[in-house]
Design a protein. Sequence first.
Length: 117
Amino acid sequence: MRQTKAKTERGNAKTMFARIFKPSKTAMQSGTANTARWVLEVEADTARRVDPLMGWTSGDSVTSGQLQLKFSSREEAVAYAEKHGLPFRVDEPNQSTPQAKAYSDNFAYHRRKPWTH
């Protein structure tokens, strides 16, 4: 993980902390769509809190979680954050190795677990 230090204030306005990452594939499908680009996402300045009356979750920052910029490479995202003076951290993607599976292995005689249907 790479972090940079930047000024915490520009005049009276607070700066936002950015997270640069490569999104993982969704758990609901086996496809890898929307995982090729790098994302610069702005994180909230303060923690979210639960409203005691309604139970809604809210925070002080209106734009936190709403700003996502997509880049084709990690270097472009880092250059953008450095150019605009945003403190950031880079989360490297976890690479998974696909396992070769055959449908016929579900019905094999040497199956470790019994068929449960």
